[in-house]
Design a protein around this ligand. Structure first.
Ligand code: URA
Ligand code: ZN
Length: 380
């Protein structure tokens, strides 16, 4: 029997037990809220909008169940969805909220736990590490260096705030340099969304819809655009950036961003790489998208996947699920509609070669994954 092509999920989160103990010890966001009601699940309060004291405790944030914490549940989910291997990452808000002194200790603990978890399921699990971003750049680079000793770590996950001033902060340069030198891909993921005033006074009537569907993608779009505008990719031309949710709105807005730069007097005119007159960063947006940017396929539509492929090529778009977020609201379903929608968005809009690349081949190549031939039997 010919083995099926592998399906690799590169966007799948976990809260390791060390992180849960950290959340349990806190009373401000992020934290775990225990409703008074007997038998009610603890609530995960992570987004700024989750901590709404006008709502009863059992309606704040979201219920946290073992799918957030138990790797066995994730392995079962993978099997149910014919996912050959997963690249797990700590879910938001990572370690952004810790003091500079606490950050490095927790990063070591969590990265070691991720490594241990992956090592027990050889060929099925890899991970993106987390960095102690509240610490000094030197401490952060020390953790990047240490990751070389953890063989299942194949990149890092990063929020959009960097050291506190966003990803165009020049103080990040030593970190970009270390990640570029080690060729560790950066998985850029949102958490903070947009200012809640934009969602209006009725926002709580709409649950998480506005922050997750619109706030998250805009946050990522702005973070990447600031990186590009500030010349990060001119200074670090070999940086590899994998952007969540198909790049937010980057594929759709790239033309507008580029046009605004070309019409901005603030930027002096210079000759670009083709000898043409240009403004803004040395390396054009299209060049950076083509050379430095990978996009996940967590966009829930064929149109979104096509736009991503159009901007960065089908060789640089990667399947993901965002598990354990977006579960079926009625418990018990083995197949998750959110996963199937993303799967169909790839296979429905791409030819066979494109689908195979996006579903697994591109992750294997970007992250150097060694898939056991036996593991591919888990594939569709
Ligand atoms: N909601 C989150 O808070 N994080 C995710 O990754 C997805 C949904
Ligand atoms: Zn996610």
């Amino acid at each position: 029997m010919a083995s099926e092509p592998p399906v690799i999920d590169i966007h799948t989160h976990i809260y390791p037990s060390s992180y849960i103990s950290l959340l349990r010890s806190r009373t401000t966001v992020p934290y775990l809220l225990y409703p008074f009601e007997k038998g009610a699940s603890p609530r995960l309060i992570i987004l700024p909008s989750d901590d709404d004291s006008s709502l009863p405790p059992e309606s704040r944030g979201r219920p946290i169940d073992p799918s957030y914490t138990d790797i066995g549940v994730k392995l079962k989910f993978m099997s149910n969805h014919h996912i050959t291997a997963s690249v797990i990452s700590l879910a938001n808000p990572w370690l952004d909220f810790l003091s500079p002194k606490e950050g490095p200790k927790w990063a070591r603990m969590i990265n070691d736990e991720l490594e241990f978890t992956c090592s027990r399921d050889q060929g099925k699990l890899w991970a993106f590490a987390t960095l102690p971003l509240s610490a000094s750049p030197l401490d952060i680079v020390t953790e990047v260096d240490r990751l070389q000793t953890l063989p299942h770590i194949r990149g890092i996950i990063l929020g959009t705030t960097g050291l506190g001033n966003g990803l165009d902060d020049p103080n990040l340069d030593s970190i970009w340099a270390a990640l570029e030198e080690k060729q560790l891909p950066i998985f850029l993921h949102p958490h903070y969304g947009l200012p809640s005033s934009l969602y209006g006074p009725r926002a709580s009537e709409y649950g998480h819809v506005l922050p997750l569907s619109l706030g998250f993608p805009m946050e990522t779009t702005i973070a990447f655009t600031r990186m590009w505008l500030s010349g990060v990719f001119d200074r670090y031309p070999k940086l590899k950036l994998l952007i969540a949710h198909s790049g937010g709105t980057i594929p759709f807005l790239a033309g507008r961003i580029d046009s605004c730069v070309k019409h901005e007097r603030h930027f002096p005119e210079h000759s670009n790489e083709y000898g043409e007159k240009s403004r803004g960063p040395e390396r054009s947006l299209d060049r950076v998208l083509f050379d430095n940017i990978w996009l996940d396929a967590v966009v829930y539509s064929e149109t979104g996947v096509r736009a991503a492929v159009d901007k960065v090529s089908y060789k640089k778009v990667l399947f993901g699920t965002d598990h354990p977020f977006f579960p079926p609201l009625e418990g018990g379903a083995e197949k998750w509609a959110s996963v199937e929608t993303n799967f169909d968005a790839v296979t429905g809009g791409q030819d066979n070669a494109g689908s195979r690349a996006i579903l697994g081949g591109n992750a294997i190549e970007l992250l150097g994954l060694e898939i056991n031939p036996g593991e591919a039997e888990n594939s569709p």
